[in-house]
Design a protein around this ligand. Structure first.
Ligand code: F0G
Length: 460
């Protein structure tokens, strides 16, 4: 059914609700100070609308909750594992299915096999944990997005694509030191932009030519499939499931954080056809995650993932999902807020560098904007900028990231259109007062994934 109405309706009704965290401005200022201006340290009870992440924040369906009750908690060979394995095989087509407690565990296991000193892993863009896990093995994590992806103002249909010329050049130069190519769908680090089937096919062919394994980081595979249906010629009449299957058919395997497009609160997996790698992955898994038929999860979680993988490919749901994110983007544009164009599948990304030109990148404009948003309306968003990706050189000098973005990630099936209208209204207020926003400086941060725990303070 195609939805011809202007009003976006959520394609579900609500059975169970939880209260929002209402606070007043003075209280929020204290909360911010106590959290050292790090939004990860704010108690969720003090957040009104939580757009920190779309990860693990989905509302589950009645059928998923029914699956929770059906869960078989046998240590080995649980019935729920086979339900899960079949659901993953049904979408991906890969034989070997290895559950993990979340996406980064799948990354750690995979990179223990293909990473290491002297190796290079190439992606359209690595997400922060993917990069950190690759680098933690001593490998280099190289991003090769298309140039258009870095031009945030310019709309384009498949800005998640990989630069195939740069890929071929790197494979020629680096040879077998490139141990894997990964396509992140959608490209979370650069605006949640989709990857076209054409690009997936081209990358696959290049990888075959150079005999390099090609994997998909499938966290948001269903949203990517729906973008292909909407915008890529030849896919108009295919179902999201057919498109997803075709995407996976171009790669040798995938890793997935089920906390996104499997519509669950915890879980992940590795899936592949290479039985030798799968054997090694299971050995590593037993050390850290658990027996390979539960992999750090409970049987009930496996049931919920299996059901979520089916529900996420529903066309009514995907249409609502992409339209509601685009609606937020449209509302922000009306207030003159510069966003990464076009809005992504799971989030709208605000270009803080452009929105706050008077705050230099060393003073973390994206984090400053995220804090201002919380102070104004109790909305929590995440920074994708120099706090997340900034580095220190050998002399200890801070090298800022190339982008300063604030991501407004929309949890799946959680907020309604009026919540989104509220976010747009708050942004309007922030835009009016933007000259009062102060920059920030880092007081302390650990070497890896420092943004989760860093302490910051305002600078005038
Ligand atoms: N890959 C991508 C593309 C991701 O976005 C994430 C997580 C991961 C891997 C890691 O998965 O969290 O289950 O361990 N992204 C979250 C986010 C954290 O907010 O975008 P995980």
């Amino acid at each position: 059914m195609t939805w011809q109405w202007k009003t976006i309706i959520e394609p579900f009704k609500i059975k169970s609700v939880e209260p929002l965290g209402f606070t007043v401005r003075d209280e929020r200022l204290k909360v911010l100070e106590q959290a050292s201006y790090n939004l990860f340290k704010i108690p969720a009870s003090k957040v009104l609308i939580d757009l920190l992440t779309d990860s693990g924040t989905s509302a589950m369906s009645a059928e998923q909750w029914a699956g929770i009750m059906r869960g078989d908690e046998s240590y080995a060979g649980a019935r729920s594992f086979f339900v899960f394995e079949k659901a993953v095989q049904d979408v991906t087509g890969y034989k070997e299915v290895i559950p993990t407690h979340q996406g980064r565990a799948a990354e750690r296991i995979l990179f223990s096999i293909v990473g290491g000193k002297g190796k290079c892993i190439i992606a359209n863009s690595h997400f922060d944990t993917t990069r950190a896990n690759a680098e933690a093995t001593g490998a280099q994590a190289l991003d090769l997005p298309i140039k258009e992806a870095l031009d945030f103002e310019k709309p384009g249909l498949f800005k998640g694509d990989m630069d195939v010329l740069a890929l071929e050049r790197n494979l020629k130069e680096k040879g077998q030191s490139v141990s894997m190519v990964i396509m992140t769908v959608t490209n979370n680090s650069l605006g949640g932009q989709p990857v076209s089937m054409k690009n997936m096919k081209e990358v696959s062919n290049i990888c075959k030519k150079y005999k390099i394994p090609f994997f998909i980081d499938a966290a948001r595979f269903a949203e990517n499939a729906y973008f292909i249906k909407l915008y890529e010629k030849g896919f108009e009449n295919k179902t999201p499931k057919e498109i997803a299957k075709e995407m996976f058919s171009h790669a040798d395997g995938c890793l997935m954080s089920a906390k996104k497009d499997a519509l669950v609160n915890i879980g992940g997996f590795l899936a592949m056809n290479n039985t030798e790698w799968a054997k090694r992955a299971r050995e590593i898994e037993i050390l850290g995650e658990g027996f390979p038929t539960y992999g750090g999860l409970a049987g009930r979680d496996l049931e919920a993932i299996a059901q979520g993988l089916k529900e996420v490919l529903d066309e009514e749901y995907l249409n609502y999902r992409l339209k509601s994110v685009a609606y937020l983007g449209e509302g922000l544009r009306k207030h003159g807020v510069p966003i990464v164009e076009p809005p992504g599948g799971h989030a709208v990304y605000v270009n803080a560098k452009k929105f706050l030109p008077s705050i230099p990148v060393e003073k973390l404009p994206a984090q400053a904007l995220a804090c201002a948003l919380y102070l104004e309306g109790g909305i929590r968003a995440s920074e994708i900028g120099s706090l997340m990706f900034g580095k220190h050189d050998e002399k200890g000098k801070f090298i800022p990231a190339s982008m300063e973005l604030v991501r407004l990630a929309i949890p799946r099936r959680v907020y309604t259109q009026s919540h989104i209208d509220f976010v747009i209204e708050v942004f309007g207020e922030v835009a009016k007062k933007k000259d009062l926003i102060q920059g920030l400086r880092i007081l302390e941060a650990p070497e890896y994934l420092g943004h989760f725990t860093a302490k910051l303070a305002p600078v005038s």
